[in-house]
Every structure is written in structure tokens, then in C-alpha cells.
Design a protein around this ligand. Sequence first.
Ligand SMILES: NC(=O)c1ccc[n+]([C@@H]2O[C@H](COP(=O)([O-])OP(=O)(O)OC[C@H]3O[C@@H](n4cnc5c(N)ncnc54)[C@H](O)[C@@H]3O)[C@@H](O)[C@H]2O)c1
Length: 430
Amino acid sequence: MTITFVGHGYVGLVTAAIFADLGNKVWVIGHTAEKVENLKKGIIPIYEPGLEEVVRRNVKAKRLLFTLDYSPAIAESKIVFIAVGTPPLPSGEADLSVVFDVAEKVGKNLDDYTVVVVKSTVPIGTNYRVQELIEKVKPGEAHFDVASVPEFLREGQALSDTLHPDRNVIGTDTVEARDVLLELHKSIDGPKVLTNVRTAEMIKYAANAFLATKISFANAIAQLSEETGADGIKALEAVGLDKRIGRSFLSPGAGYGGSCFPKDVKAIIAIAKSHGYDFKLLKDAEEINKQAMERMVSKAVSILGGSVKGKMITVLGLSFKPDTDDMRDAPSVFVINKLIEKGAKIKTYDPIAMENAKKIMKDITFTKDAYDAVTDSELVIVMTEWNEFKELNLEKVKKLMKSLAILDGRNIYEPQKIKDLGFSYVGVGR
Ligand SMILES: NC(=O)c1ccc[n+]([C@@H]2O[C@H](COP(=O)([O-])OP(=O)(O)OC[C@H]3O[C@@H](n4cnc5c(N)ncnc54)[C@H](O)[C@@H]3O)[C@@H](O)[C@H]2O)c1
């Protein structure tokens, strides 16, 4: 089948590459010449393990084609995926301007029957606005359906998540669109949830809102454990053994971040508000998340004797989670900015995300490795659980630091082991 993706970010490029690998001809429409030229050579604009190899293989096989032009890609395609960003507006609502802009361009280039799929995360009802826009601009003879196929991949594991998702949600209002999408997804694992467009749009927000709430619940229990002397990690592990609850997303830490949870929680609160519903549960989840980040700052101040002014602090890890270079809404940014405000000097190291971090963070020192980062430091704060931090030679770290303190925002170390080495240790919930 010939299909098109508009957008080659974490979602568009991964999904396009996988569908090409499965034997489809896949056009990818970008909007900056430099990135499109690089992609044609197999140079990808994001970090995602294994992705570059799949892109290169399919570019070479001429199944994956990059272009700036909507013609002839759209006319040739049976399915067009819109996979552009939907960042938050100051009101918290999703900014749909790029989705609508792209929808118009797609509409103008339609030919024959096409399924236009919104893959971006969008508020309930957006597909119908896309449908109206396309109706206005499409050539007379073209006919089309809109569909919602939300994406659930996780950055860092995006390739395998795309091939083996927990479920495929296919939201359509016609049998024709449903059957075309089922045909495309026939080699993708996992149950197919067939539903209507509005419900598919809702599933995506509900899933992310639930996961964010689960993390905030874990952070609330962690905070209470710190106050009461309970071991929050042990408690949450035991809670997660209950099959009705499940272990994942119950790890307390320095707060959730990334390009999805913060913005999608804000967006569903805004959607609820516009329908007269005050989604207090999610407002609390947001508030607890902010507290988790603020507690990292107050713990740092307290470890350093009441003030961080003039003190050298090392932050290990910048990306919002390991195995990605994505810095969007990373908790490290909040924590570092607050520490700088209080007069701390920050040295940092991240295996992959430093290039992206440099674009948004000034006044901090980026270093070549973790050992360089800890040199002369009075406190190490772990903000991202990269494997290489778990495997640090702590005897070496001990020799390099000025004073020995670790604030473990992701609970990657065994407290007793760290204390036996002579460090003071503070984690989250323990
Ligand atoms: N990143 C994730 O883990 C993830 C997971 C599930 C769903 N989503 C959702 O998928 C959507 C895309 O997310 P992403 O992380 O891939 O975003 P991204 O920022 O990585 O990619 C967005 C893409 O849109 C392109 N773009 C921007 N303006 C354009 C325009 N005018 N014309 C054509 N292309 C344009 C950009 O060049 C980029 O390739 C969002 O709605 C997001 O919420 C993301």
C-alpha cells in the first residue's frame, strides 16, 4: 500500500519507518529543507535507538521517500497520517494550528478515495474539524474519510512498541475506512480496538491522564513514607503486586515530564472545563508532580546545610527519561533553574540529551562524562536513570568530589551500599 506521513518527529518517523519496513511505499512530508535533505541520506533529526538503521535500510530500498511537497505523495496515497506536534497553548489547550494547516494542504491534494488519519494527540471532536476543513478545499471528485489512530509508543522503545503495541486503537465512522486501516495494520501485533472517531480520541487522553495520575499517586505515597518513616519503595512494590493495580508506573521519583504527560494532562483538564466539568483529580496529579520536582530542590538545599549559594552541584541526566534526547518538559530543567536561582553552580552530563539541552539551558557547565561532571562537586543529583549512571565507579567518584552527597531522584542506588562507601544518601520515598 502507498501511504503518507506528514511530520517526521518521534511519532511520524518511527511509524513511517516501520510501515516501510513491512513492505509499504511510504512518503514522509517534512517542512524544513535541511531536515528533508538529511533524511534522504538516512540522517535522522532525533535520537531513538535502532531507528537510523531502519530508516537507512528503507531509504536504500526506495520504500521510504522524503519530500517537502504534498504532490504527488498525497494523490498516490491510500492513507495519509497527520503526525505533527500539538503543544500546549498558555491556556493548557492543545495548539491545533499545525494540524489544521497540514489538513488543508492534504485536502487540496486528495485524489480518489483516501483515509486521512489524525495520529497526533488531539481533543475529542478534532477529526470532525479536520473533515470540515478538507471538505471545503478538496477537489470535487475526491472522496475521503477521517480516522483517529492515536499513538501509544514510548520514546526509547519506539520501534518495538510500534511493532508490538499493547493494542491498536482504530477509530473510524465508516466500514470502508476501518477496512483500509485493518489491512495496513494486519502485520502489527496486539488486539485491534475498533471504535468510532470520538472514542479513539478520548482513549489516548484517558490513557496518558491515568498513567500520569499513577505516577503522582506513587509520589504522594513516597512523600508520606518519608514523613512517617515507612519504606515507600517497598510499600509501592507490594501494592503493585496486586494484579488489579500492576507494578508499572508506581515508581516514585523526581516527577514526570516529556512531550506527552504534562501537555496531555493540561489538555484534558481544558477539554473537561469546556464541557463544564472540573477535573480536580488531574489538577491534583499536576500539583503533586510539581511538588515532586520542588522537593528535589528543597532536599538539595537541606543536604547542603540550608543554602546552595556558591556551591557546585552536579546533575546527572537531563532528558525526561533514559534512552531519549527529548528535553521537552524534563524535570531536570525545573530543578536546575530553581537551583541556579538560589545561587548554585551547576555542572551536568547526559549521554544523549546535551545538544538539545544546550538550546534551552544557559549558565550551566556541560561536561564530557559523568566523572568530569562530579569533579569538585558537593552534591550529585540523579535526574535520569541512564544505565551508565547505575554502573558508575563510585570509588572513583568519591575521589573526585569535594564533599560526598548523593540525591537520587530516580532511586537507582542501593542506599546502604552508598552509605558504606562514605556518602550521605537521600532518595525519594525511602
Ligand atoms: N513523542 C511521543 O512519545 C508521542 C507518543 C504518542 C503520541 N504523541 C503525539 O504525537 C504527536 C507528534 O508528537 P512527536 O513527539 O512526534 O512530535 P515532534 O515534535 O517530534 O514532531 C513533530 C513533527 O511535525 C513537523 N512539523 C511541524 N510543523 C509542521 C508543518 N507546518 N508542516 C509539516 N510538518 C510540520 C516537525 O518537523 C516534526 O517532524 C503529538 O500530538 C504528540 O502528543 C507523541
